[in-house]
Write a protein of this length. Structure first.
Ligand SMILES: NC(=O)c1ccc[n+]([C@@H]2O[C@H](COP(=O)([O-])OP(=O)(O)OC[C@H]3O[C@@H](n4cnc5c(N)ncnc54)[C@H](O)[C@@H]3O)[C@@H](O)[C@H]2O)c1
Length: 355
């Protein structure tokens, strides 16, 4: 079996490559990455050591993909500019050229040279307007979904695939949504075996988190390296909520999907930690304090950032009924594994998390 993971030196791509390698010593696994994300370069020796082939390449350039040797059974598209803030500085070229043009290049390559295409999309395809208008109850430590919701796709369980995707989103969300639409056309027109997973926040060991992407890792690392933090937006008390998915739970799902691609052709699934694995920033602080054993000062900025939303929780009903999959690993496990990784690699990670 030959697997190509684009963006495979990044957090999700590298962890998935290593898990494929762990479970299938015969598989030939290739990762292609342009190393745009700070920290991804640290994964290269780890991947090479485990027998994964690293190719320095850029998905914005079709010739980088065409230059790869041989055909592949699966292409997992895990490269991205994944920050919701990308482009707000007036420079949207990189996010659009990677997330949309690059994804299109991966699709062109997949049609010619691979058996199937898996796309890691995002919950950020959903509209910010309706997300901000969810009926929420303010509890002591978090916002909670109220029993009655008037937006389609919203329920106390979370958000399902019928939640609106219209404007406003972000360049990140819009580019991913546009790529999804083209993937579905490829599936329809060319019979490309494909599946789209709209993931919520993913976490675990190996994530080079920043304030604008990879929040769990950023929060844990800030506790570890004793860097001050800030609750930003929605009153500044840290009550905004997300659900957190362990990267290995995502891998478990990919195995189920790859075994059954014929029936999920171009289909879209919300995939996340779900209600049981959700937390507010305030609650994440308590967990980080408990696991890392430190306290840091946390400031408060009531003003909400442009693309921020008060709550996102995946309703996994569709993916659960289709594949019998549900996340197994708890939020506490995710935080604990992230903490252990930082502790074990403190010297290398200090320059990234606490330069
Ligand atoms: N981490 C999350 O919480 C999360 C949530 C939802 C969806 N996703 C999606 O999962 C995928 C992986 O995310 P991640 O968290 O691993 O991000 P990441 O930034 O750690 O990894 C992405 C990798 O893509 C590489 N890359 C960027 N531009 C490239 C280009 N033009 N050509 C080749 N490589 C390029 C980067 O160097 C990086 O190594 C992305 O598609 C992202 O949108 C992630």
């Amino acid at each position: 079996m030959r697997i190509l993971i684009t963006g495979g030196a990044g957090f999700v791509g590298a962890q998935i490559a290593r898990l494929f390698r762990r479970d299938n010593r015969q598989a030939q696994i290739f990762v292609l990455d342009n190393l745009k994300r700070r920290g991804s370069e640290l994964n290269i020796p780890i991947l090479k050591n485990e027998g994964v082939t690293f190719v320095h390449g850029d998905i914005r350039s079709l010739s980088d993909l065409d230059g790869l040797d041989g055909n592949f059974d699966y292409l997992i598209e895990a490269s991205a500019e994944p920050s919701v803030m990308a482009g707000i500085d007036g420079h949207s070229d990189y996010v659009l050229e990677t997330n949309l043009v690059g994804a299109l290049n991966c699709l062109k390559f997949a049609v010619k040279r691979t058996g199937a295409f898996v796309f890691l999309s995002t919950s950020r395809v959903y509209s910010i307007g309706p997300l901000r208008k969810l009926n929420l109850i303010e509890q002591a430590t978090r916002f909670e979904l109220a029993p009655f919701q008037d937006t389609p796709g919203a329920s106390p369980q979370g958000l399902n695939e019928s939640f609106p995707t219209h404007l406003p989103r972000s360049f990140y969300g819009a580019s991913k949504l546009a790529a999804e639409v083209i993937i579905q056309e490829y599936a329809e027109a060319y019979g490309l075996k494909s599946v789209i997973n709209r993931c919520s926040v993913i976490g675990g060991a190996g994530q080079f988190g920043k304030a604008d992407q990879g929040i769990l890792s950023f929060w844990v690392a800030s506790h570890y390296f004793k860097k001050p933090l800030q609750y930003t937006g929605f009153g500044g008390s840290g009550k905004q909520v997300r659900d957190f998915l362990h990267v290995e739970d995502l891998y478990d799902l990919l195995l189920l999907q790859l075994a059954d691609l014929n029936s999920c052709q171009g289909k879209t699934f919300n995939v996340g930690g779900g209600k049981n694995n959700s937390a507010s920033l305030f609650e994440l602080t308590a967990l980080a304090q408990k696991i890392v054993g430190t306290k840091v000062s946390i400031g408060s900025e009531p003003q909400t950032a442009l693309f921020d939303v008060p709550l996102y929780i995946s309703d996994n009903s569709h993916v659960t009924s289709r594949f019998g999959w549900a996340p197994k690993r708890t939020l506490e496990t995710i935080v604990d594994e992230n903490y252990r990784w930082i502790k074990e690699n403190e010297a290398a990670l200090k320059s990234i998390f606490a330069p």
